[in-house]
Design a protein around this ligand. Structure first.
Ligand SMILES: [Mg+2]
Length: 364
């Protein structure tokens, strides 16, 4: 049931025109704020209301997105942009298996002069290590075309002129260490702290390096209490120490049998102990998008972001002002996309990127 106050706010802010058909209203959440998804003809509209002073005052924020359209004319989309940014897992490969038709699709796009960029939130590998993975799968992709969140963390530190005499404490895997090393930053932590234990005795105090000026947190299969405490001490006690997250993904797909706790769980631990919000450098933050656009000198309106996740890939594209294409070859199903609970609508959706080939053939 909607409260009277909310119902009143809705009725005063939404007046259907005679050409609009009001299809539905859904209350999505209710804590100290409310948001609703409306469907008008073929468009979704989300309205959020923040309650203050026990709900006596409401503020209204409006976002609007058209319902995603099935991709029917691939050439039209291809011709409308100069760069395609692809997410990797669920788009290019699934685990260690290449998705059908990917090499031919990438060849087609290159033959049309399109720039291809590959972006992943997975920070466990460096650009070079991802290059090897592409090679193993038979894809000829240069390191310059790969942007992993491990690279983004080092690129972010470079972009803010992080002092070379300061150190970075890493909670994460090898990819972050490799990228920091390439960028010339001093670091400590990472996998080698994965075996460290704390033996609590009366009066025990953990020492930490006062020269640590940034803590970078990424997905870490060797996460432990030692790392949480070390990172917490750096952030809380070293003046000006930065808290950087490669991503805040809730879940990841270590195996295809279930979803596993993602990088957001490690970030959440530090957030809990420091009460600080991290600077996120991976999707859906626009840092990597801005970086790619600046590096190649391209307009973001000339980019199409292709991904399999709504809350990272599609939001990343939309936050950056790009066109967006959802592929259903990964974690998002058509029913999830079309669920009334989903308010993130890409411009287009299709089954897999090789539909570019068949939709093109059908259009000829
Ligand atoms: Mg993906």
């Amino acid at each position: 049931m909607l409260s009277k106050a909310v119902a009143s706010a809705v009725s005063t802010t939404l007046t259907p025109t005679t050409t609009s058909k009001f299809i539905g209203l859904k209350r999505v959440s209710c804590v100290s704020s409310f948001s609703f998804s409306f469907k008008w003809n073929n468009s979704f509209e989300t309205k959020s209301f923040k309650c203050q002073s026990g709900g006596s005052r409401m503020e209204k924020f409006v976002t609007r997105a058209s319902a995603a359209q099935p991709l029917k004319n691939a050439d039209e989309l291809i011709d409308s942009v100069e760069t395609f940014i692809f997410d990797c897992d669920g788009v290019i490969w699934k685990g260690d298996k290449l998705i059908d038709g990917v090499p031919e699709t990438l060849d087609l796009l290159r033959s049309k002069g399109k720039r291809l960029v590959f972006v992943t939130n997975n920070s466990t590998k460096s650009r070079k290590q991802y290059g090897k993975k592409f090679e193993t799968l038979g894809l000829n992709i240069s390191e310059e075309e790969i942007f992993a969140s491990s690279f983004a963390a080092a690129a972010y530190l470079k972009s803010i002129d992080f002092p070379k005499d300061k150190k970075v404490y890493v909670i994460g895997e090898d990819g972050i260490l490799k990228e920091l090393e390439l960028a010339g930053f001093q670091y400590l932590g990472g996998p080698e702290d994965g075996t460290k234990k704390i033996e609590l005795k009366p009066g025990f105090l953990m020492e930490h390096d006062k020269d640590v000026g940034a803590v970078v947190v990424g997905f870490d299969r060797y996460f432990n209490y030692y790392k949480v405490q070390y990172g917490t001490l750096c952030i809380r006690e070293n003046p000006g120490c930065l808290f950087i997250a490669t991503n805040r993904d809730a879940v990841t797909h270590l195996t295809d049998a279930q979803e596993w706790a993602g990088g957001g769980s490690m970030v959440g631990a530090l957030l809990g102990s420091t009460q600080r919000e991290p600077q996120v450098v991976g999707k859906p933050s626009t840092f990597m998008m801005d970086y790619v656009a600046n590096k190649f000198g391209i307009l973001k309106s000339q980019i199409c972001m292709v991904g399999d996740r709504l809350d990272t890939d599609i939001l990343f594209g939309q936050n950056g002002g790009c066109k967006t294409l959802l592929v259903l070859s990964g974690v998002t199903s058509l029913s999830m996309l079309q669920s009334p609970n989903n308010t993130i609508q890409p411009d287009f959706y299709t089954n897999k990127i090789s539909d570019f080939l068949s939709l093109k053939a059908a259009a000829v």
